[in-house]
Design a protein around this ligand. Sequence first.
Ligand code: ZN
Length: 224
Amino acid sequence: MPPTATLEDIKAYQRKVEKDKIMPDNLPPCPRCSVESMFFKIHAYRERRFLIIIEMLIKAAYCSLVRFKCPGCGKTFTDYPDFAVPHKHYTRPSITGFSVSYVESEDMTYQQAVMVDNSAPGYLQSDSTDAPTLAPTTIHRWITTLGSFTQTCRTALILLLQENPASSICRDLARLIIPQRKYKTNQRKKQLIGCRQLVIIEAFFQAIFKTSIFTKLAMRCAFN
Ligand SMILES: [Zn+2]
């Protein structure tokens, strides 16, 4: 089964939006004028299209995201449900699941990384803007994104070490290596390692705090 958020996850968030249950508290303070996010006001609702994978078929599911506005300067901020990653249509379980299988394997290619049980998830009816199946270049881009949450990872690591100073996490992170055939540039190597680090930090975070770093922390770090 390919990793994906479910239609139920998306509908549950939509119900929270409709019942006015989405609060701005998880957002960071305004970077322009330092107003705390609890004082932000609802500004707009934006419909977002998500792509989920049901029995190897890629399907669109729609959900409203809430935009808040800083009362001090008017800057706007989006609240993201934990299945969403900014600027991505696929859901976080798909983005992390496919990326992890690539970065943790010794010799997998991007072409192999999109395959689940000998086929790639595809669209029932492809419109012109979408590739007919999940594309290898999409996994490449996901890893670029996941490898760039530097501030989120650093903050999570500090919290983990505060909670358990004897944790093995620093040793686990230092041990990570990426096979040389997977990158041509130092920048790509950094992204691949960043992606692997994120996966390890997320696993420790889940074990200690019983929640994902994407539920709140990543948003507080403005997905940096
Ligand atoms: Zn502001």
